[in-house]
Structures are given as structure tokens and as C-alpha cells.
Ligand binder design. Structure first.
Ligand code: UD1
Length: 427
């Protein structure tokens, strides 16, 4: 298994491109199931999760092709063509590896009138139930059956009639499934307290480009007037705000200065706000975001929250930065119950963090030292890389496959900024 070796202490500086957003790509790709015409997605990040999703689409009989991009390019263009769907079943061995597979439930149901998806099972960052995905589809007229670890959704003849649903908890994935299923409903669907993350806006924009009728894009109340059919489209995946935020933390912890080309500052205001509170300069510049840190870092108190609040997907990376701040920071994780797995590893590098339930208290330390560390999820792994960049000596981050799920060519981007990093095969 590959690992990344970091010799800390190099100040990061320069410009790197922000890749296409993983979480957006994972909901745009299943939209290909909604039409028999080609869907071309540009700026798809080269990530293990995207390859996994492509594999899942092939399983349904969807053909995929990659347009001639050069190996040195970031991102690529892929066309998905679901002329004929040969299977409506997402099997356990694929869903188990990639929880986002649940996002085929809505579009498959809309296209085929039925869909069978394996239950995703537990997940390292909490239980992550799918009850809301099922409840919202039921409210739109689907019949849901559970058997032998699989969920089967069936639409009445003539398609989903439509309906209303008020989300008791904001869910990104359930909102995405609902939007995809609603696009071709025979009636109207009204969603209240829906997620409004930029990735949801990206999904809505693609659906509209395919012929869908959606009111309230970017708001918590969405109304979808079902249309008879959707057509193909060519669409560019939005930039990854979490990747950009991660590199902003990496730059800041080294006292560096980095321009994130392609980042959209307007979608990153909670992260920018937190960084500014930590004493980091964050500035919107033409075509991106500029981040510079040249003074002492300051402690910050914050809670994660659905968008436009501070993203749970940025919590671990910000925590790594706050390990080196003056004073004590208090972070509260409100979205997932088990998202502090990076804490013991950061502590092994000299951090002083205590957790109690959903709260983490980070006592800033003047310095951290390299160590062999590993994490069990994507963002937790990135927090260890960030800490390693400013630690003395050598840090080895094991289980690199977590990072490969979500950071396109991580070590190349870090090297472009002057970090001393190396990927090696091993254990
Ligand atoms: C998505 C993102 C993930 C991010 C998360 C929150 C993708 C592929 N993943 O995950 O990176 O951390 O949003 O921003 O886009 N919940 C239920 N029942 C459900 C669904 C969710 O109770 O049916 C709960 C979850 O346990 C969690 C909360 O709702 O506490 C939010 O989860 P959700 O927004 O659905 O996260 P995902 O879509 O899985």
C-alpha cells in the first residue's frame, strides 16, 4: 500500500489549480441514467471514487468514454451514454466500497420505474443512515421494499406522481436523490428544508441544462415541475471547495502564500471566515483565492453546520492548523458523530487535543514533530498531511488510498508549492 512521506518545515508558495469537485461529480454522473442521450462532463477529477462510480455505471450498461486528455492535465472529460440500461441493480460489492452509490437510486427509479440498491452498511465517520433518501422518494409516490440487505424502490405505472417532503434533518445525498427522481415525475415535487450546498446548485444547473424545471435553486425550498423527458448535455463540474480549503490550511500552517486558481470565493465564505479569524489573510483575486499567513495563528471556536455554515468536510484540516495556533480552540462537530479519528494521530505528532462527545478542545502548541500516522477517512488523512507539512522531521502518512479518493494528484500539487513530499509503495 502506498504511503506519503513528508519532510516538514518548507514554506508553501505559488499557484495551483483547483480540481473539479468530487462530491459534485458523484451526483452529476448518475444524471446520465436520466436520459438516453450522451452526457458529457468536463473537469472531472481523476480520483479513485470517480473510477469506482464509472465502474458502477458500466454495471448498468452505461457506456463511458474518455476524451483525449494528456496524462499531465488535471481533470478530464468523460461521456456517459445510457442508451439502454441492462440492469437496475447496484450490488453490494460496489456499494460497500463507495457509499455515494446510493445516488443511483433516484435516477434509476425515474428512468426504469424501479431500482434495487444494496444498503451501504456502516461507515467510518458514523452510522450514516439512508432513511431520508427512502422517505423522500416515498413522499413522491415510490413504494419501498427492503429485503436481504437491499432496498428496492418501485414507481407506479406512469412514473412518480410527485408530492411534498419536509426534511427533518438537512441531507445532501437525500436532496440529490430527490432532485434526480423528481426531474421526470408526472407531477410537481416540493422539497422543504433541502440542502443548499454549492454541489446541490451544480446538480440543479445540470438538470436544468438537461431540460428540467426547478424553482428555488440555491434555496432551502425547491419546487420541481416534472418534465416528460430529459435530453443530453455538456457540463463543467464546479471547482472543489473542500480541496481548495485544504490547500489553504496547508499554506497557512507553513506560513506560506498560495493562490488557488479556479476557486470560487463566494462558495467558500465559511472557510475564509474561519481562516481570517485564525489570523490568515484570505482574499478573492481574479480567477481564484489568495491565502497568506505571516503572523502568529490565533485560536478559533466554531461548529460545523450545513451550508452556508462551516463544512464538516473541512473540520479535520482546520483542526490541524489550529494545533499550531496561540490559545485554545473549541470545535464542535454537529453533522457526524464519529469524526475525530484524526485526533489521536495528531496527538502522536505532538498536538494537544481532548475530545468529549462532539466537542474537541485544541490547545495550541508551538511545534509538532513527524511520526508514522494513518487515518481511516479522507479528510482525516488530509489533516495529517497538513500537520506533517509544518512538523519537524519526517511524517509518513499510511493508507494513501483514502487521499486518492478525494485529492487529485496530491503530492504533485504539494510539490508544485515547494513541499518536500514523496509517494512510495510499501507495507
Ligand atoms: C455528503 C458528502 C460528505 C459530507 C456530507 C455533509 C457526498 C458524496 N458526500 O454526504 O462529504 O460530509 O454531505 O456535508 O456528497 N442523515 C440521516 N438520514 C439520511 C441521510 C443523512 O439521518 O437518510 C444524516 C447523516 O447521518 C448526517 C446528516 O444527515 O448526520 C447529514 O448527512 P448527509 O448530508 O446526507 O451526508 P451525505 O450526503 O452522506
Amino acid at each position: 500500500m502506498d504511503k506519503i512521506i513528508i519532510h516538514g518545515g518548507k514554506r508553501l508558495s505559488g499557484t495551483i489549480p483547483v480540481s473539479g469537485a468530487k462530491n459534485s461529480a458523484l451526483t452529476l454522473i448518475p444524471c446520465a441514467l436520466l436520459t438516453d442521450e450522451p452526457l458529457t462532463l468536463r473537469n472531472l477529477p481523476r480520483l479513485a471514487d470517480i473510477d469506482g462510480f464509472q465502474h458502477l455505471m458500466n454495471q448498468f450498461g452505461v457506456s463511458t468514454s474518455i476524451a483525449g486528455s494528456r496524462p499531465e492535465d488535471f481533470g478530464r472529460v468523460m461521456t456517459f451514454e445510457a442508451t439502454r440500461i441492462t440492469s437496475s441493480v447496484a450490488p453490494y460489492e460496489l456499494v460497500r466500497k463507495m457509499r455515494a452509490s446510493i445516488l443511483v437510486l433516484g435516477p434509476m427509479l425515474a428512468r426504469m420505474g424501479e431500482a434495487t440498491v444494496s444498503l451501504p452498511g456502516g461507515c467510518a465517520i458514523g452510522n450514516r443512515p439512508i432513511d431520508l433518501h427512502l422517505k423522500v422518494l416515498e413522499a413522491m409516490g415510490a413504494q419501498i421494499e427492503m429485503a436481504a440487505g437491499y432496498v428496492r424502490a418501485i414507481a407506479p405505472d406512469g412514473g412518480l406522481p410527485g408530492g411534498e417532503f419536509d426534511f427533518p434533518v438537512i441531507s445532501v445525498g437525500a436532496t440529490e436523490n430527490a432532485l434526480m427522481a423528481a426531474a421526470t415525475a408526472s407531477g410537481t415535487v416540493r422539497l422543504r428544508n433541502a440542502a443548499r450546498e454549492p454541489e446541490i446548485v451544480d446538480l440543479c444547473n445540470l438538470l436544468v441544462a438537461m431540460g428540467a424545471e426547478i424553482e428555488g435553486i440555491g434555496q432551502s425550498d425547491l419546487t420541481i415541475h416534472g418534465v416528460k423527458r430529459l435530453h443530453g448535455a455538456t457540463y463543467r463540474v464546479m471547482p472543489d471547495r473542500i480541496e481548495a480549503g485544504s490547500y489553504a490550511c496547508a499554506a497557512a500552517i507553513t506560513g506560506g502564500e498560495v493562490t488557488l486558481a479556479g476557486a470560487r470565493p463566494e462558495e467558500m465564505s465559511a472557510t475564509s471566515h474561519a481562516l481570517r479569524n485564525a489570523g490568515v489573510q484570505v482574499e478573492a483575486v481574479k480567477g481564484g483565492l489568495h491565502v497568506a499567513a505571516n503572523g502568529a495563528l490565533k485560536a478559533v471556536n466554531l461548529s460545523t453546520a450545513p451550508y452556508p455554515g462551516f463544512a464538516t468536510d473541512m473540520q479535520a484540516q482546520l483542526m490541524a492548523l489550529l494545533c499550531r495556533a496561540e490559545g485554545t480552540s473549541v470545535l464542535t462537530e454537529t453533522i457526524f458523530e464519529n469524526r475525530y479519528m484524526h485526533v489521536p494521530e495528531l496527538n502522536r505528532m505532538g498536538a494537544q487535543i481532548e475530545t468529549s462527545g462532539r466537542t474537541a478542545i485544541v490547545h495550541g502548541v508551538a511545534g509538532m514533530h513527524g511520526a508514522e500516522v494513518m487515518a481511516t477517512d479522507l479528510r482525516a488523512s488530509m489533516s495529517l498531511v497538513i500537520a506533517g507539512l509544518a512538523a519537524t522531521g519526517e511524517t509518513q502518512v499510511h493508507r494513501l488510498y483514502h487521499l486518492d479518493r478525494g485529492y487529485e494528484r496530491l503530492e504533485e500539487k504539494l510539490a508544485l508549492l515547494g513541499a518536500d513530499v514523496e509517494r512510495v509503495g510499501g507495507d
